[in-house]
Design a protein. Sequence first.
Lengths: 457, 929
Amino acid sequence: MRFYIIIAAIFWCGSVDSRKVRGISSSYKRFYRERKSFLCIDGSKIIPFEQVNDDYCDCEDGSDEPGTSACPRGRFYCTNLGFRPHYIPSSRVNDGICDCCDASDEYNSHAHCQNTCWNLGQRERAYVEGQMRTLDEGLRLKQQLIEEGVLLWREKQAQLRELQQVAEDLQIKLEEHRRRKHEADQLKEQTLKELQAGDSGLRHQNNTVTGIFQLLDSNKDGSITVDEVKAKVVLVHDEERVLSENEALGLLGGGHQMDVTKFQHTLWGVLTRGDSVKIKDAHGAQGTLVGEDPYLMAADRAAEWMATKLKKVEEAYETVNMEISDLQKKLAIDYGTDWEFLFLNGQCYKLKVYEYTYTLCPFNQVTQKNTAGTEVSLGVWGMWAGTPKNLYNQMIYESGEPCWQGGSRSTTVTLTCGTETALRSAKEPSKCQYIMDFQTPVACQPVLKQRGIHSEL
Amino acid sequence: MATFSERMAPVLILWLAVCLSGTWAVDKGNFKTCDQSAFCKRQRALKPGESPYRALLETMELTNTRLTLQLINDNNKVRLLLELYRLQGNITRVKINELKPLKPRYEVPDVLVREPPTEPLSLLSQDENGVVLALGAESQRVIVSARPFRLDIMEGRDVLMSLNSRGLLAFEHLRMRKDTQADPEAEKKDEADSANQAETTKEEEEKAEDGMWEETFKSHSDSKPNGPSAVSLDFSLPGVEHVYGIPEHADTLRLKTTDNGDPYRLYNLDVFQYELYNPMALYGAVPVMLAHNAKRTTGIFWLNAAETWVDISSNTAGKTVFGKMLDYVQGSSETPQTDVRWISESGIIDVFIMLGPTPKDVFSQYASLTGTQSFPPLASLGYHQCRWNYNDQEDVQAVDAGFDEHDIPYDFIWLDIEHTDGKRYFTWDPHKFATPKEMLQGIMDKKRKMVAIVDPHIKVDSNYKIHNEIRSRGFYIKNKDGGDYEGWCWPGSAGYPDFTRADMRAWWASMFSYDQYEGSMENLYTWNDMNEPSVFNGPEVTMHKDAVHGAWEHRDVHNLYGFYVQMATTEGLIQRSGGVERPFVLTRAFFAGSQRYGAVWTGDNAAEWDHLKISIPMCLSLGLVGISFCGADVGGFFKSPSTELLVRWYQTGAYQPFFRAHAHLDTPRREPWLFGPENTALIREAVRQRYTFLPYWYQQFYHTYRSGEPVMRPLWVEYPQDPATFALDDEFLIGQDLLVHPVTEEGARGVTAYLPGKDEVWYDVHTFQKHNGAQNLYIPVTMSSIPVFQRGGSIIPRKLRVRRSSTCMEHDPYTLYVALNPKRTAEGELYIDDGHTFNYEKKEFIHRKLSFINNSLTSINLAPDAQFTTRSWIERVVILGASKPSKVTLKTADGQESLIEFDFDASMSVLTLRKPSMNVGDDWTVVLQ
């Protein structure tokens, strides 16, 4: 490459005849052929050729002064042999600052400009080569990541399908269990009814009548008294209150005591109806009631078991559905055309800048932590916000911690091509508006081509 | 970087507590009204009437330079000493002090550039009623009336000004504090029969009203060890309906009458989000008022640095136009008159009456007292890019590169408080600004400069060199109990150096030397903010009045503090270069004489159209009292401007003396290229216009440095006989020759500009369209520019090759814009020097007069004894209002003649001479035939 440039330089030096027209590129040379007159490139005016580059602006478009600072809209062409040629505004010609690396812009100033094009060119070439290597490597890695992404995508899709299948199964199971629980409940109820109402229950009833009677007859003297009633019987609607003397008397049918026979025909009925008064600690009493009946006990246990089982299934169903919706949410995010950004989900990248540590968790959130350990949200995943040409070179995280003058913190992340995936910079150019530079192979674009370091021929 | 609120939380909370309760408007409750300021209330309670003061003519002594005379207050028998001086240049000085004060009263030092030279006074006549003295050669006399005492200054039969004609002279003599037990008992005796409750109330009221020995405002108490000490005097101005000056107020150019509200207040304060169109005090105070009518301009300079209130009333203020007309028709009516009254809290009465008679005479009279605007380095007239804050060196570099990328020139980039290491001024944040010299070198490579902030509050921190030195030298202001005064400001607890001490100022100045101010370089300049001084937890966000500056109270010197801070800083920047380089220091607080030390800006404005609008009268008012280098934050400091407002503000700022964009920390970035290519182009064009006019701006600053005339001036200054100009403050002149009418209305399609001058013509600088003077002209506007006109009869030198910075344009050629008046003549000047050193004082400059008369344009040397050479030449002469010549010849000093090519645009009558190429320093003549 170097060889060609040297050749080119020699060729260039030897062959150019209109060299005195300073500040033009070879493609514009045809406009500046030595003639009697010069036509402004915009065609607006014809001037004598001597007035080209005579340090006075004649043409509206500045085309007569490509090599001086005379025209406000003019531009000067830096040939920059060995480096990149480029235009600078005419106002930078002879302003005492070296702009062209070949020093051609300061031909009449006190600035001592060195020709640095060769060094710059080498640096540029090295840089571009480095960039190309990075790009090649980046693209290779990207391809891998794309492949992985596709796999990951498929895997996630499969996972989703699996979960959906599980959910379906669970749904069926759930229905089954609901049905079974319903049956068990019904059985239990029926048993209880039978127990309470059926003739086969007389023995139980007697027993029960005796049992309750005995429960009420605290001093076991064969009759229950007002005090005994007050001690054991309470109102259904107000369990806390102790019955009054009169209320107890009423329950005893007006007498001060009651034997078991009278009890069976009066108070027993009131208690079993259970709508006005009941035995204190009714559960215990009922437990005793049920506990003493093996059928009822079995039905009750079956119903309880079924309920527990149903609950478990319900929970499992809920969990699976949550997993599904999480996964769906994740999969609803745009991970690029080839799902190449998918691998970033679930990762976090940190960078320390001065006293702050910044953490970027792509597609999730951005945070900032100071040395004291206080963490502040700089935004949660919002959207892709790149150019229409490349949507995927910028991410926005929004609605972070509120700012004291209103609004909330937000972060714009610019993705650049690199061989590693890492956070490269984090800044706050305006209050509460953060910008980050995030490097990753998946941001590498094959369209990025070496900008020509072609020399002027 | 990052959360300001976190790091500044303590200070902010305090600040918030102190200065805001609403979010976006000044909290008036934080600042005193006249009623809440005991002396103002006391003094304002005095109503016009017969003065208790009598002149004791037998005590009169008249020497060659002054007259002295005792005055006695017949109510309390306290005697005052009146001194009357006739000063050179048509100024009368009246000084009134106690004859025998208990202790000396404060007389403002350092503001006058020298003891003003006097002229002899002569006695014309004397009888038992008074004396008549002749004032110099003109037919001016001063009449001293004895009973009651008053002064009348006459010219011929006209009274120009009367003092104490309304009997409002008041002088609270210093007194011993009476036994506090005695008074209430006496009162009890008087009111023995009144009910107990009423009595207590009365007593309390009197005490509160009085406030003579103690005063509280909000939670702050002022101990007032010296008791009452206010002074007051009234001035009557017959024939005057327009008064101006006494900045700083966010108000119209023409001062309003104050009968129905508070007086204008002069007390330097850090007002958070100030309100427009009211007389509240702001950051600076210049106690100078100008009075003007079609016949005469006069001025009153009230030299007092204590809190001051100014009342204005007028006998025509209430009258409608019809009423005035009726008066005129009926030939009845009194002459219009404006009455002014000054009230200060302490010190003496020391007033300079500047008798004009023209506006320019008043400027030169005031300049002879307090000096003129310092001649700034040329670069400081370029564009300044500021923001609170450019975050780090990388940020600075990126912004600098942004200007190059978008081809917008700028000269200064600014660093606000965040650049320091924890608000310790003279230091750099070790991370964000780790290598300041590297950064400054990068800027210097582009021929640009930087300003870093240095505020006067010093962080109390034993690891901070500046603090330790000030403390060990005893340089801090003391509190009333003798300890170092401490207040809250940006760094938290801070001390305030006593800048009233010359030794303190000398030490401060030495801190700017390159070996003391680490990381500084010759392209680093300084910004003094918060120098009112701002004390977040002090009364009215400033210092306690009973704080002590040596022998004086802060009360006496308050309005001088900012003046001294800038003085010391400026001295530092001069000294660091061995007296070679001109300094540049921006200040927020100021006083009379501050013009000698640099630039002033209008403080923390807001991104609102009304704030853009008010920037015009605010800077005009400052210019009238000597401070020409004035500007407002372009874009507005608080809030975020709409794009249209930002563009309009750039267009306006480009035609105001100090041109700096600035923004609050909490606002989004607003560098000129952030609003789309169209707006970038509009802003670029505005800034470029500024740069093309830099030779004219520079020449105007040279002129103000020599004459004291404002650079940015109201139209009435140039058209003093045209009443239509007297109240105009939506347009202004730069020098004599450029008229600017900014667009300050949202969505404006046009503006109506008044073009003054009956026989004048004005040329639109953008289109060269010619308009006649003495008319209101409707000018359609687009977003591309604001109306600017060049006066017919003027020649303005410009540089059309706009480059990265003004320094890059140093050797560029000039284009002369010759705008012909109806007589086909024009005149102008051209001033050139090196742009940055004091060598102009050694006559190293070019000053030429350009004149066009009889179809020849000639350049002659205005300063033949001056020496300077330049490479700059004249590339173009544009003659507006010309006719087509047959040929154009150039005659140079060596007698050579050459033909000049030209181009004539008949549609606009513009003749352009192509490349005459003479050096601007030479003698030459161009003849049109």
